[in-house]
Design a protein around this ligand. Sequence first.
Ligand code: PMP
Length: 403
Amino acid sequence: ASVFSNVPGAPEDVVFALTSSYKADKDPKKVNLGVGAYRTEEGKPWVLPVVKKADYILVNDDNLDHEYLPILGLESFREASVKLILGANSRAIAEGRAGSAQCISGTGAVFTGAQFLSRHYSVKGASCYISRPTWVNHRAIFEGVGIPVKEYPYWNPETKGLDLTGMLAAMDSAPSGSIFLIHPCAHNPTGVDPTPDQWRQIADVMERRGHFTFFDCAYQGFASGSLDKDAFSVRYFVERGLEMFVAQSFSKNFGLYSERAGNLTIVAKSPTVKNRIESQIAKAQRAVISNPPAYGSRLVSLVLNDEKLYGEWEKNLSTMANRIIDMRQVLFDELTRLGTPGKWNHIVDQIGMFSFTGLKQPQVKVLKEKYHVYLTDNGRISMAGLNSKNVKYFAAAVDDVVR
Ligand code: PMP
């Protein structure tokens, strides 16, 4: 018998499984609204023109080699990533208490921060509170490093918007010094973000209760099209003097999904604390990946550190954000035109890659089986999967399943 005969099979990841079913589907009308990856008007993946340019520069750079990066990654990438999220004039940067570690994309950055907290967080036994609902990996990552996971209310199914009261109450009653995992913009899966005034109320409670903020920022620039606007919450929390981790992903805003370019930004109370955190993360990272991959971080670093390329990147970001915003409007208009039962204004009110439609699991099943439209059971759709060729078909399908 195998030494592994007692290993039970694990369930397949739902989003990746959905993509497999979509690929296997032979129907020409099929639509994939599962995976959170940008698609063009033609339904194709998009290599950002600015990334193509940076690619060309790298390929022709005779000074580049394939030596190891330092354990904490490419310095020019790390510094530029910190500036990008905190803002070049951030007081945390000026005071030398903002640090970083290059990680295996956003997922790796969440893991790296979580692993550090599991070993060094001062409040022993503290739980990590995640929003209900949230990205599936949050629970898996924190439980994986042995941190207990609890949930705070976020989505209000009645209003199809933010449950601010529930969220604030949960923050207020959580044991002081709890860890809160917060989406700074383009909340996945709901597409619902707090307003600046609501962020103020959230920061008040977080500060008063001494909670630790762990931002997971996977969509900076992708939500509104403005890098600064999408960083408002993070910068505001820094202004308030709060310590925090910020996991940054360049998968969406650079279209670098498979290159695994990510960063963990650290904002500490003092340079000494920041240095110690970095040193512990370096020690831990050595034992997990030894050192991070170079290619994606070189591309990002080139663009972030060159004024002209940076400007082009901002234009590419607007193209993506605006196409998604347009699709929200077209979908909303079409549902309105069809007189589809229910209120659909949340489609246009929500922001970022996803919309939480409110469709129920049996309706999702019919969409898949009868219409070849693929979306997760919680009714989340990736807006990027819609384009002017399939949006009317999708709206008609929704109209049918809700009647
Ligand atoms: N956090 C959230 C909320 C996300 O939606 C994603 C992407 N699905 C990630 C982190 C990480 O993505 P990646 O590892 O590709 O950077």
